[in-house]
Design a protein around this ligand. Structure first.
Ligand SMILES: Cc1ncc(COP(=O)(O)O)c(C=O)c1O
Length: 454
């Protein structure tokens, strides 16, 4: 029997195209990093190796997490029979109680303990699983979601693939008085609302991916009021809530909502607010596929309960993670240590970049930062020339530096790159600075030789 040829379309549906992805053969930033995995940088063993900083994954806390997961197996608790059986797909009831208490304590910190009811939670396979469900259940095909730009590149797939929802970007603009502050304004939201044909929701990630910046209380109130004014839903993705290393910078939207409510002000209809979080970033557990959606919309909860069986978390994982999240002393230590490691690495990156005359958007949280490499563009910094950024990305790849280009995040300004430093180490960040210095030197030498030629 002959094997299937590459040209054979395989008899798939047209929907399959969306999941197959780009057929152009173009090597995007994620694939470029993956292809380099045989040659990863190590300060002693492979000092000339690849610097993999294009994918948002936290590897700083891997060992701490693994130790705790292994503890579960050694503990008296162990798995119960329901780990092997059919159970409520939207989450084991006792695990939901533990997740509710975790969110109350570590994310919605201003709330009175016990405010989050386990009945308002749906557990599912990571934030991706929750976002696909929200896209499918809140929107009609062709309706749109506003997302401030720059945004996390995979939101495009999360909304498009199942829900057939398009994204309309609300462009954050560089502050006129501070060239390195990207701010979200009401004007940007209005612009997006008017640019769209049928806007059904707004999504914010707080802290934002790729900026690592937390929204202020005022911005969150503005976001809530905007959703109320336009009668649209709000999806709040707070997957980085516990990775904030700047004290006091983070306030959950849910907390701001509750504070306003206590003062007699309903920021927006409660039914329209939907929150997601997962273990992927704050616990460095992206492979655990443990996510949660908190919503008070009863019809949505019913629909998600119905849809959950295709995105459910294995009961084995639920029981293990329930054990971890219930141990608040452990969570407090873990989160504190994670924040310390992130702050340390971020500080090395920031100080080094400024020393090189390059810039960085001030971040409040890890696991990445958005850095300003506009001074290395061969095209004018103030003109929108995307090719300039692509050309710089290629030059960086030649130095085995893999970063996420701003264009992938729909950044309105070329020349910014996301540096996912928590994928690697402080030593790797120092090496990155070394290679950027070399690139800058080569860039300046080129400019000088052009001048001499003229
Ligand atoms: C803002 C944001 N939301 C969702 C996700 C997906 O997370 P998960 O692994 O929980 O599916 C990511 C991953 O990078 C992210 O940055």
């Amino acid at each position: 029997m002959q094997g299937a040829s590459e040209e054979d379309e395989g008899g798939l549906s047209s929907r399959a195209e969306l999941w197959i992805g780009d057929r152009s053969g173009k090597i995007d930033y994620g694939l470029a990093q993956i292809l380099s995995y045989g040659d990863i940088y190590h300060p002693e063993v492979n000092p000339d190796g690849a610097l993999c900083m294009a994918i948002a994954e936290n590897k700083f806390v891997g060992e701490m997490l693994l130790d705790k997961l292994n503890d579960f197996h050694a503990s008296a608790t162990g798995y119960t029979q329901e780990a092997c059986n059919y159970t409520t797909p939207s989450g084991l009831p006792d695990v939901k109680v533990k997740v509710a208490s975790f969110l109350d304590t570590f994310v919605f910190k201003g709330l009175d303990a016990g405010r989050v009811s386990p009945n308002h939670l749906i557990l599912g396979s990571g934030c991706v699983g929750m976002l696909h469900q929200l896209a499918y259940l809140l929107f009609e095909e062709g309706e749109e979601v506003i997302i401030p730009t720059p945004y996390y590149p995979a939101f495009v797939k999360d909304f498009k693939a199942l829900g057939k929802v398009d994204i309309v970007g609300a462009p954050c603009t560089l502050n006129k008085s501070n060239d390195l502050e990207l701010v979200l304004t009401k004007g940007a939201l209005e612009y997006a609302y008017n640019a769209g044909k049928s806007i059904k929701a707004l999504l914010i990630s707080n802290p934002t991916n790729p900026l690592g910046r937390c929204y202020t209380r005022e911005e969150l109130e503005m976001v809530g009021s905007f959703c109320k004014e336009k009668s649209i839903h709000l999806i709040v993705d707070e997957i980085y809530a516990c990775s904030v290393f700047e004290k006091g910078a983070f306030t959950s939207f849910v907390e701001v909502y509750e504070e306003n409510l206590r003062q007699g002000r309903e920021l927006m209809p409660l039914n329209n607010m939907h929150f997601v979080w997962s273990m992927s970033k704050d616990f460095g557990g992206s492979g655990l596929r443990f996510g949660v959606c908190y919503t008070r919309n009863v019809r949505l909860l019913q629909a998600m309960n119905g849809m959950s069986d295709m995105m459910m978390i294995s009961n084995l994982a639920q029981q293990t993670i329930g054990y971890l999240l219930a141990d608040h002393d452990f969570c407090r230590r873990f989160i504190g240590e994670n924040q310390r490691l992130l702050r340390e690495c971020y500080t090395v990156l920031k100080t080094g970049l400024l020393g090189l005359g390059l810039g960085i958007i001030e971040a409040h949280s890890g696991i990445f930062a958005f850095v300003d490499l506009r001074n290395l563009l061969r095209t004018p910094k103030n003109k929108f020339v995307q090719e300039g950024e692509e050309e710089l990305e290629q030059r960086l790849r030649q130095r085995k530096v893999y970063l996420t280009p701003g264009a992938a995040c729909k950044c309105p300004y070329p020349g910014f790159f996301r540096v996912c430093y928590a994928w690697m180490s402080v030593a790797a960040v120092k090496e990155l600075l070394f290679r950027l210095a070399a690139e800058k030197q080569a860039f300046n030498d080129d400019k000088d030789s052009m001048r001499i030629k003229r």
